[in-house]
Design a protein around this ligand. Structure first.
Ligand SMILES: [Zn+2]
Length: 265
């Protein structure tokens, strides 16, 4: 059976996605990526995270028949439900640390089918897998200070949606965000690339200047997420098309450092 061309990736991309440590000088230019086994057959996945039987996204497969040899077993609503359930366990102190053992790692050597791509802040207090109580292969995470969708971040999300079939994209801000606070407070421009990054958050900061001072950062955090949501489809024809065709859904959320809750918009 022929391997669809979509599963043949430049080796550099493959190593990046697979987390390989080094590339030998004798590596071929291209490496085949076998489609992963269906997650529903993973006996080691927790019941909460295993894809429901018969829930393979048939409309998605029909819309993009050549995109995925094994369709991503998740749909946007089931992915959102699993993320919310995991966050609730985290809030309640009832985490189960699913999909973090060797059998799961072994299974994932064949490929990945994450339930969501998540653009989050690099802030050390926002470890995405922990706050959603998920494990290996569950979420495709992109992080930068201020969860700003620059070209590299958008390209990474496009990869997750187009090549891994991620049915859900989350732009995840958080309270007390230092990058957003910096943009709100203004002052002399930061030198170097940090200044450029903060400039991208500035429109969200300017949108809240009429609010009382103590409300500006919290409001700007939300405005920055809204801005990110708009930019994903405005800057990416690929993502706009995927949304229009119903292959992925893009949602915003804010993680509250204070109580651990992720509030979805
Ligand atoms: Zn932040």
């Amino acid at each position: 059976m022929a391997v669809p061309s979509r599963f043949i990736l430049p080796v550099a991309m493959l190593l990046l996605m697979a987390g390989a440590s080094s590339a030998g000088a004798q590596e071929p230019s291209y490496v085949r990526v076998s489609p992963p086994p269906a997650l529903a057959e993973d006996n080691h996945a927790t019941p909460a995270l295993a894809a429901p039987a018969g829930n393979v996204n048939a409309p998605q497969a029909a819309a993009h028949p050549a995109a995925h040899a094994v369709p991503n077993p998740y749909v946007a609503d089931s992915a959102l439900k699993l993320l919310k359930a995991g966050n609730q366990r985290f809030v309640d102190g009832q985490v189960i640390h699913p999909n973090q053992e060797k059998p799961r790692r072994d299974q994932l050597t064949a490929g990945q089918q994450p339930m969501a791509a998540i653009l989050a802040c690099s802030d050390s207090r926002v470890p995405v897998e922990l706050l959603f109580d998920v494990g290996f292969g569950d979420v495709f995470v992109i992080r930068d200070a201020g969860n700003v969708p620059g070209v590299d971040e958008i390209g990474s999300i496009e990869y997750a949606v187009e090549h891994l079939g991620a049915p859900l994209v989350v732009v995840l801000g958080h309270t007390k965000c230092g990058a957003v606070t910096g943009a709100v407070q203004g002052g002399p421009p930061e030198p170097g690339a940090l200044g450029e990054l903060l400039a991208k958050i500035k429109p969200a900061a300017l949108a809240v200047t009429t609010l009382p001072a103590d409300q500006q950062v919290p409001a700007a955090v939300h405005a920055n997420v809204e801005q990110g949501l708009k930019q994903l489809t405005a800057k990416s024809d690929v993502l706009a098309k995927a949304v229009k065709e119903g292959r992925t859904k893009i949602v915003g959320a804010v993680y509250q450092l204070e109580d651990g809750q992720v509030i979805f918009k």
